[in-house]
Structures are given as structure tokens and as C-alpha cells.
Design a binder for this molecule. Structure first.
Ligand SMILES: Nc1ncnc2c1ncn2[C@@H]1O[C@H](COP(=O)(O)OS(=O)(=O)O)[C@@H](OP(=O)(O)O)[C@H]1O
Ligand SMILES: Nc1ncnc2c1ncn2[C@@H]1O[C@H](COP(=O)(O)OP(=O)(O)O)[C@@H](O)[C@H]1O
Length: 173
């Protein structure tokens, strides 16, 4: 098993954890790569927005890339919001992806708000900066039904989360 799909709300900690796990596994000699939704939305998925259809297409494309890397023997961490159970199941069924839920309550995310997206989503209707489809606020996030691992980033340190996910991956190779 080398295809790991991290799912969780913006700011939950997907990128932070994925990059640190990548670093950790590389140090141990494993070829590891991160496919980050936020990064690929500047290139391969530049044409896509945040409607349900576009999010589906985003996941389809990125999962295809992840599956290719996995086939080549690379441990691949797909780091995306991935809000729909149907698509998570699709990647699991078609590519053997394992699902890791990076969970953080909205309350903590509103405090973190590193990109200012939550502030914008909570603005009154009609405000020019209002964000209308932020996952978890005014767009759906379906809770994963049976993830292989759940990481609670409001309770667990980054170090502990990275240890736990790295160990999980190494144990399942
Ligand atoms: N409306 C809305 N909803 C959610 N996210 C938004 C939105 N607008 C911009 N962003 C930024 O886009 C990043 C999420 O892209 P993903 O490819 O991971 O999304 S998805 O899996 O297709 O739902 C996400 O990155 P992360 O913060 O790293 O999760 C945001 O920075
Ligand atoms: N236990 C934790 N795990 C991951 N990130 C954490 C944790 N505690 C605090 N953070 C902080 O939360 C933010 C998460 O941002 P990021 O990794 O970009 O999230 P995402 O990729 O899910 O949008 C970072 O600023 C990170 O330092």
C-alpha cells in the first residue's frame, strides 16, 4: 500500500503533516512524494473551481497522477480537502488508496485561519470579498465513513501526528 489520501478541511494540517512525513520517509531511504491540491490547482488543475463537479474532476486527475507514482514504487501522499465520500471510495476501490482523516474542529480552524478564507466565508451576503463555497462553512464536507487513521490536530502535536502517520505507512508497506 503506497497511495495515501489525506482528507480534511482547509487549515486542518494536511500539508504540514504530509511534507513532514515525506521528509521523514525520505531520510529512511523511501521514495516519497506529496501531491498537494493547493499546488496542483496552479498547474494541472488550473481550469477547475470549487463546484462539486470541479472537485470531482480535480480528485480524478490527481488520483491518476498519484496512482502512476504509486505504480512506480513511490509512497504517494495525496493532500486534498477531498470532501466527498463517493470520490474517496472511488480512489480506494480503483487504486487501493488508504484514507487518513486530518480532523480539526471548525472552532480551531477559525482561530488558525492562516489564509483568511474562513473570515471571508463568514462575511455577510453581498460583501465583495465574501467566499461562497468554503468547505465546512458554506459547502459540504462529508465525514469519512471508515478511515484507516484519524489524526486530531487540535489535540495532537505535529510531531506526534507525523510519527503516527509515518509508522502507519511503514507498517503497511
Ligand atoms: N471555496 C473553497 N473551498 C475550499 N478550498 C478553497 C476554496 N477556495 C480556495 N481554496 C483553496 O484551495 C485549496 C483546496 O483545494 P483542493 O484541491 O484540496 O480541494 S478539493 O479536494 O478539490 O475540494 C485549499 O487549500 P488547503 O487550505 O491547503 O486545504 C484552499 O487554500
Ligand atoms: N497538530 C498539528 N498538525 C498539523 N498542523 C498543525 C497542528 N497544530 C497546529 N498546526 C498548524 O495548522 C496549520 C495547518 O496548515 P496546513 O498544513 O496548510 O493545512 P491544510 O493543508 O490542511 O490546509 C499550520 O499553520 C500548522 O502549523
Amino acid at each position: 500500500m503506497r497511495f495515501i489520501q489525506l482528507t480534511g478541511l482547509s487549515g486542518a494540517g494536511k500539508t504540514t503533516i504530509a511534507n513532514a512525513v515525506q521528509e521523514r520517509l525520505r531520510q529512511q531511504g523511501y521514495q516519497t512524494e506529496v501531491i498537494d491540491g493547493d499546488v496542483y490547482r496552479q498547474t494541472l488543475c488550473k481550469d477547475l473551481g470549487f463546484s462539486r463537479e470541479d472537485r470531482y474532476e480535480n480528485i480524478r486527475r490527481l488520483s491518476t497522477v498519484a496512482a502512476e507514482k504509486t505504480k512506480a514504487g513511490v509512497i504517494t501522499l495525496l493532500s486534498v480537502i477531498h470532501p466527498y465520500e463517493e470520490m474517496r471510495k472511488w480512489a480506494a476501490d480503483n487504486y487501493g488508496a488508504h484514507t487518513i482523516w486530518i480532523h480539526c474542529p471548525l472552532e480551531t480552524l477559525l482561530d488558525r485561519d492562516t489564509k483568511g478564507l474562513y473570515r471571508r466565508a463568514l462575511l455577510p451576503d453581498g460583501h465583495p470579498e465574501k467566499l461562497h463555497n468554503l468547505t465546512g462553512v458554506n459547502d459540504p464536507y462529508e465525514v469519512p465513513v471508515s478511515p484507516q487513521l484519524i489524526i486530531h490536530t487540535h489535540e495532537e502535536t505535529i510531531h506526534d501526528a507525523v510519527e503516527r502517520l509515518s509508522s502507519y505507512i511503514l507498517a503497511s508497506l
